[in-house]
Design a protein around this ligand. Structure first.
Ligand code: PGA
Length: 238
C-alpha cells in the first residue's frame, strides 16, 4: 500500500492562499505523486481552490455532520462533501473531541455517514499526557478503537495522534510511535486494508526518522503542512 500524507490546515488559509498553495505544490510535484498518496484538508470554503485538476492529490474534509440532512444549522453533510469532490473525512480529531465535545456515539454516527456517502474515514485517536503518565495508553486506545465496532468496513485510515504532541513541537519518539502502532495493529487485527498514520508535531526535520523508526504508513500533519514545500519534503518528494 502507498504511504499516505495528509495536510490538515485546520482553520487556516483563505481561498487566495489556497490557490497559491495548490500552484506551489503542483510545481513541486511535477507530473505525478510517484509512490506516495497526498491528501489536503483545507477549510470547506477553499475546496475549489485546493483541488488539483490533474488529480495528484485528493481532498479531505476536516469535519462532517453526524446527520444525513435536515434542520442542523451550520452543519455540512457527507453527501455534500462527496459532491464537492472530497475523498476522505477526518473524524475524531483531538480538537473536535476536546474543544467541541464530540463523544463516541457522535463519532460512530459520523463514520457511518462517511461510509454511506462512499467516502473514506481518517479516524483520529490518541491518549492525553495524563493517560500516558498513568499507564492507561493501551486502555484508552482500545476504547477509542471500539467506536469502530459498527463500522460497515472498507478501507480505513487511523491517525494515531497523542494529544500531548499536537501543536506542541514535542513529537512522539519513533519508539513511542512504534509501540502505539503495535497496540493498534493488535486491536485492528480482524480488519483488512488499514493504514496507520502518526500525527503530532511532524516536521521536515523529524519526518524521516519518525517514519523509519515507527513503521507508520504516513503522517497527518498540521502546522508544518501549511507550507506546500515543507509538506512535499515531509512526504519525501524530491
Ligand atoms: P501538528 O498537528 O502537526 O501541528 O502537531 C497535527 C494534527 O493536529 O493533525
Amino acid at each position: 500500500m502507498k504511504r499516505l500524507f495528509v495536510a490538515n490546515w485546520k482553520m487556516n488559509s483563505t481561498r487566495a492562499q489556497a490557490r497559491l498553495y495548490a500552484r506551489v505544490l503542483g510545481e513541486r510535484m511535477g507530473v505525478s505523486s510517484g509512490d506516495v498518496e497526498l491528501v489536503v484538508a483545507p477549510p470547506f470554503t477553499a475546496f475549489e481552490e485546493t483541488r488539483d485538476p490533474e488529480g495528484r492529490w485528493a481532498l479531505a474534509a476536516q469535519n462532517v455532520s453526524s446527520h444525513r440532512e435536515g434542520p442542523f444549522t451550520g452543519e455540512i453533510s457527507a453527501k455534500m462533501l462527496a459532491e464537492a469532490g472530497c475523498r476522505y473525512v477526518l473524524v475524531g480529531h483531538s480538537e473536535r473531541r476536546h474543544l467541541f465535545g464530540e463523544h463516541p456515539p457522535t463519532l460512530a454516527a459520523k463514520i457511518a455517514r462517511v461510509r454511506e456517502a462512499g467516502l473514506l474515514p481518517i479516524y483520529c485517536l490518541g491518549e492525553t499526557e495524563e493517560e500516558r503518565i498513568t499507564g492507561r495508553e493501551e486502555q484508552v486506545l482500545a476504547s477509542q478503537v471500539a467506536t469502530l465496532e459498527h463500522d460497515a468496513g472498507g478501507p480505513l485510515v487511523i491517525a494515531y495522534e497523542p494529544v500531548w504532541a499536537i501543536g506542541t513541537g514535542r513529537a512522539a519518539t519513533p519508539a513511542d510511535a512504534a509501540q502505539a502502532r503495535e497496540i493498534l495493529q493488535g486491536l485492528l487485527s480482524g480488519r483488512r486494508d488499514v493504514r496507520i498514520l502518526y500525527g503530532g508535531s511532524v516536521t521536515a526535520v523529524n519526518a524521516q526518522a519518525l517514519l523509519q523508526g515507527s513503521g507508520m504508513d504516513g503522517f497527518l500533519i498540521g502546522g508544518a503542512s501549511l507550507d506546500p514545500s515543507g509538506f512535499a519534503s515531509i512526504a519525501g518528494l524530491p
